[in-house]
Design a protein around this ligand. Structure first.
Ligand code: OOG
Ligand code: NI
Length: 440
């Protein structure tokens, strides 16, 4: 065995980290535990009521990952912090995918999602982290901007031991078992809520007055995880149960309406909790901060650029006042049709019919293979803005004239973000090749 072979697979480190993060958040925000219960019960009910869906999830390998599946969200203050976290996530096989500009929604950040990129890797652990970078230049008051910048320059968001393990992994090409365990424990510290501020109460208030999000990013020792989101197979049922239990659920579900064939992403959340913290130099004081919340989501089919453009047009009609159902009436709701119209990506599953085919078209025409949705692994900017806003206590919707730019984000990140459409297209191609090879 070579040294390489003894390295723990990045996907295994990611799965362990995702589980550790879930345990930590459950202890920090007990309502997250309630969400997990609701989602597990709803998913079990859906799987027993819809055997065809259960079969599809089993055939595509997603059944296994479902109970494991969650995404988190964090916010960092500087390019240096973003780059350090990119290195941390890389140890777990997570790359930055996609670019999200939140400025049009009045939120002074732009974002990417760190996630696994390849189908097999996603099947092991689809853990994703929506990661936002503060756009410090949008803090209007120059004195406050300078102060925020100095606070951020001084803090260390990753423990020394974790930095050493990141360097070891980069030099050795991976981590051995003991080191991987230590990495998971140390990396967790970056995302823990520490209950104390780096600033005194007056500075906290000044940052808060600038923007609630600015206080959340700048005033604390690090990018505490602000929510962790399990995946449900029926978000309407889960939302109804949240309301039945008296949780402060968001009034409406973000994303497309309920459909036969779910597309992209639907999300809802419960409002952020008030948590106490100790301002700098004020031991015993009990200040309150609201940032951390709970969210659930239902994932549907990944759409092609044409499908996404149609989605955006429908969403615009809903924003212009049409009901969601009317706005989406023209969006095909049959997967075969979505795929044939070039609106959705597909994976190809055997139908059980025997036969040979040279091309995927032949195999589909002869019903040897059937197209099934490829799950959307990313986020939606308008939905993300809705989630941000509902948890900032519905701040006045100011918008920023200066939009973010992908080039500026990539310069801060020190690398390009991956294009999600290319990843789905590659997954579709690989599925076609593998499915055809199995027929032969
Ligand atoms: C991120 C909000 C966006 C999602 O699922 O769209 C998000 C944040 O509040 O930091 O998590
Ligand atoms: Ni989220």
């Amino acid at each position: 065995m070579s040294a390489m072979d003894q390295h723990v697979a990045p996907a295994a480190i990611r799965a362990a980290f995702s589980a550790a993060m879930s345990r930590m958040y459950r202890a920090e925000v007990p309502l997250y535990g309630d969400l997990l219960e609701i989602v597990a019960a709803v998913n079990a009910a859906v799987l027993s009521a819809q055997p065809a869906l259960a079969r599809q999830l089993a055939a595509s390998g997603e059944g296994v990952r479902l109970g494991e599946e969650r995404h988190g969200a964090i916010r960092v203050g500087t390019p240096a912090e973003l780059r350090l976290l990119a290195r941390l996530f890389a140890i777990m096989g997570m790359a930055p995918v996609g670019y999200y500009d939140l400025a049009p929604a009045g939120i002074p950040v732009h974002s990417t999602a760190f996630r696994a990129t390849d189908a097999a890797d996603l099947a092991t652990s689809p853990f994703r982290v929506f990661t936002s970078l503060l756009r410090l230049e949008l803090i209007a008051d120059p004195d406050l901007r300078a102060k925020a910048s100095a606070i951020l320059a001084d803090r260390r968001i990753v423990t020394d031991a974790c930095v050493a393990l990141i360097e070891e992994a980069e030099q050795e090409g991976g981590l051995h078992a003991g080191a991987a365990d230590r990495f998971v424990a140390e990396a967790l510290e970056t995302f823990r809520w520490q209950g104390r501020a780096l600033v005194n109460a007056a500075t906290y208030d000044a940052l808060l007055a600038q923007h609630r999000l600015v206080a959340d990013i700048v005033a604390f020792p690090g990018p505490h995880i602000n929510h962790l989101t399990p995946r449900t197979l029926d978000i309407d049922a889960a939302q109804a149960e949240m309301q039945r239990r008296g949780m402060a659920a968001k009034a409406s579900i973000e994303g497309p309406p309920r459909r036969e064939v779910p597309v992209l992403l639907r999300q809802t959340s419960f409002h952020a909790l008030s948590e106490s913290f100790v301002p700098l130099g004020a031991e015993g004081a009990d200040a309150q901060h609201t940032a951390r919340f709970g969210e659930i989501e239902q994932r549907g089919a990944a759409l092609t650029p044409a499908g996404r453009a149609l989605y955006d047009r429908c969403l615009q009609r809903a924003q212009d006042g049409e009901t969601l159902a009317d706005a989406f009436a023209g969006f095909p709701d049959d997967f075969g049709e979505l795929f044939a119209a070039g609106l959705a990506y597909a994976q190809f599953l055997p139908t059980g019919r025997a036969g040979r085919a040279d091309t995927i078209e032949q195999a589909l025409a002869n019903r040897l293979l059937a197209p099934a949705p490829l799950t959307y692994e990313d986020f939606l900017p308008v939905s993300a803005a809705g989630i941000f806003r509902s948890n900032l206590g519905e701040v006045a919707p100011e918008t920023y004239a200066a939009g973010g730019s992908q080039a500026a984000f990539e310069a801060a990140l020190g690398q390009p973000v991956r294009d999600p459409f290319k990843l789905y297209a590659a997954a579709q191609e690989r599925s076609a090749a593998e499915a055809l090879a199995k027929l032969a």
